[in-house]
Design a protein around this ligand. Sequence first.
Ligand code: NDP
Ligand code: MG
Length: 388
Amino acid sequence: MSERRSVTILGATGSVGRSTLDLIAGERDKYDIVALTAGRDVAALAELARSFRPQLAVIGEEAAYPALRDALAGTGVEAQAGEAATIDAAGAGADWTMAAIVGTAGLKPVMRALEDGRTLALANKEALVSAGALMTRAAAASGATLLPVDSEHNAIYQCFDRAHPTSVRRIILTASGGPFRCRSLEAMRRATPAEAVAHPNWSMGAKISVDSATLMNKGLELIEAYHLFPVGEEAIEIVVHPQSVIHSLVEYADGSVLAQLGAPDMRIPIAYTLAWPERMETKCERLDLVRIGTLGFEAPDLERFPALGLARTALREGGAKPAILNAANEIVVAAFLESRLGFLDIASVVGEVLASYDPDAPSSIDEVLEIDRQARRIAADAAGKFSL
Ligand code: NDP
Ligand code: MG
């Protein structure tokens, strides 16, 4: 890269945040770190701040301020705490911001970064699912560049001819199928949180790992793709590809299909966004096609993975439905991780919430967040009826 770039990482202590810092660690002279943020893990944030020396470290939980301040005493790194401080950090003027907070908690910071009109690398898919239209409108108004980090969307971004969007006929989103791809419904009913987070190909945070096991992750990604690329919902197809080597494909009018391939390592799509519009060296494993031998493809099974159908219906119905889907899912995934309900209950509770709550379409972020809160209340009530 020709010039030094200033960067901020929202959600620095998470799986994507750490992968981003790992890439930066290899080229420290090219980056100035403006801010690192986390939710509650003061020790992890303080450790990263001590080694990467950002101007600012922000912990989301207000009460954690004294602990962060004490941990950073003498380092020259300013400590801040609270939601407003996290939003301010997103707007602190970095050339490039990684949005890697998990869940709707990331929505306001993401909007703040988009309004700033610089480059936003977006991992936080839940923000786009809940408020896709508002986010893409904000990016268009400010001239911000929105680069998808999610491996599938990053693949599509690399293959999509943005100068000739009408020549695209179809987007094919690949799904690994998750850890339960070959399990019977009966065995899925008994699945434990530990089994659900053990993804066969990717190492990720707990919430997205459970989403990959239910295929809700692919449902959220369908909605994400709809907002990121100018094609209709019916032109986005999902294909199960267990090896996670082809990260997604774009089909053109003439029948040509372009795909992006790579080892299943999030540092590859993150590196693409970090160096964009150039390319950077990484130490990531190189693809060895001969060793892989065979690539497989199958249709997703909507009976065992109903979350995928719920997401497509929510996208078709539009309005508040995707935000409700996302909020209810966050609540029931948390309940599943605490063993308060079973694996198959995740999609059934999300379906119940979608059926029982039908507000008007949101026209502002505050309205999205109000729908989000209400959907969470309904989902928590429904989840509370279970006792394992
Ligand atoms: P993790 O759970 O590993 O990390 C989440 C990060 O968000 C942590 O830094 C966490 O801080 C912070 N955080 C959590 N809650 C809050 C809050 N209320 N306020 C402020 N910060 C908060 O998640 P991942 O890194 O796996 O995922 C991050 C995002 O990227 C998600 O939206 C996910 O869907 C998406 N993504 C992830 C991929 C992956 O491979 N992991 C792949 C594609 C997309 P703390 O440590 O203090 O809790
Ligand atoms: Mg993905």
